[in-house]
Ligand binder design. Structure first.
Ligand SMILES: [Cu+2]
Length: 123
């Protein structure tokens, strides 16, 4: 009799665990280094990350740091890198292809030699 009670308690417990499991969200916030140079870059990066399972993306042009809050139970950090690189911006882990990079407007170019070393905008 005691065994039966233990068993039923266990059964109820396991049912509860299995029901609640799909609802469990693992939220993570990561910061990654992303190459970019202006406000248009910020818009492009944040817009690219406006997808399911990403709660918020904030890119700081000055520090070139991207902060992303996302569902870690639904996606991996590397996917975030891939999305950003797919939009034309190199991250510390994934580089944008030359093809995508070449489509960026002149003000958004960030690779070697693309910026004036005297910080002049129109040249
Ligand atoms: Cu830009």
């Amino acid at each position: 009799m005691k065994n039966l009670r233990t068993l039923s308690i266990m059964a109820i417990f396991m049912a509860l665990v299995s029901f609640s499991a799909p609802l469990k969200r693992e939220i993570k916030t990561v910061t990654l280094k992303v190459e970019g140079s202006c406000g248009m870059c910020k818009e492009r990066i944040e817009e690219a990350l406006d997808v399911k399972y990403i709660c918020r993306a904030d890119y700081d042009v000055e520090t070139e740091i991207l902060t992303v809050k996302y569902r870690a139970d639904k996606m991996d950090e590397i996917q975030i890198h891939n999305i950003v690189a797919g939009a034309g911006h190199d991250t510390d882990q994934v580089k944008a292809t030359d093809k995508v990079y070449s489509t960026l407007p002149a003000c958004c170019k960030y690779r070697e030699g693309a910026k004036c070393d005297h910080e002049k905008e129109d040249w």
